[in-house]
Ligand binder design. Structure first.
Ligand code: AMP
Length: 207
């Protein structure tokens, strides 16, 4: 029996994607949010769901451990793996990748120090706009870095801007608009074409 494994991103993306799956007729056998399990069968024969951290979704899909995945465009832009197609824009979990700095700073002379967990995206962006920059990798709480003198600017995702404001920051430049995307392993797309296409069609119908 051919199995299809769909990797989902836990957190905000999951909250918005579960209702979409539900509407498209895909229901996990158990309530995902009430369980500590990380793998769930569904009412759709041969389809199971994995619950992962966003950054791990492209890795599972790249190596074929999952046939398909749903992750934010921010994660995909940062990922350097490849081996998958970006098949659908689910238009959910929208936000923006932006630069931000302290409210009351002038533009820094010379090199800008940028704190972010999106090192690849940031490096490419600052090169593109021709600004000399150095990058500090953080895994969370980027918003603290400017006030504590660790960085001049941050690159982070912004939705309402409340998190920035609460930390005395203002958003500056838009790097990319972000939404949840469906990705498909390139080999699985060939070898399991019909099953995968059926799932893509279900999702397309409700978008
Ligand atoms: P906000 O305060 O509304 O600008 O939200 C900013 C924070 O919310 C970010 O630092 C993220 O941690 C989180 N966030 C906002 N939008 C998303 C999203 N689409 N996916 C995941 N996390 C998000």
């Amino acid at each position: 029996m051919t199995q299809i494994t769909l990797a989902l991103t836990k957190g905000r993306v999951l909250n918005e994607v579960l209702p979409l799956l539900q509407t498209s007729g895909i229901r996990p056998e158990q309530e995902i949010k009430e369980s500590r399990k990380l793998i769930f069968n569904t009412n759709v024969k041969n389809l199971r769901l994995l619950i992962l951290r966003g950054v791990d979704v492209p890795t599972y899909v790249q190596f074929g451990a999952a046939d398909m995945g749903i992750a934010g465009k921010d994660i995909l832009l940062e990922d350097s793996g490849g081996g998958y197609y970006e098949s659908l824009d689910l238009a959910l979990a929208r936000c923006r990748l932006m630069t931000a700095s302290l409210k009351d700073t002038n533009n820094v002379e010379g090199r800008t120090i940028v704190a972010t967990k999106y090192i690849n995206v940031a490096r490419k962006y600052y090169a593109q706009i021709g600004r000399q920059a150095e990058f500090v990798k953080l895994f969370g709480a980027m918003e603290l870095a400017p006030a504590l003198g660790l960085a001049d600017e941050i690159v982070d995702i912004v939705d309402t801007g409340n998190t920035l404001r609460a930390n005395g920051l203002v958003s500056k430049e838009l790097i990319a608009n972000v939404s949840a995307r469906l990705i498909v392993n390139k080999i699985a797309m060939k070898t399991k074409f019909e099953l995968i296409q059926a799932i893509i069609d279900r999702l397309k119908m409700v978008l």
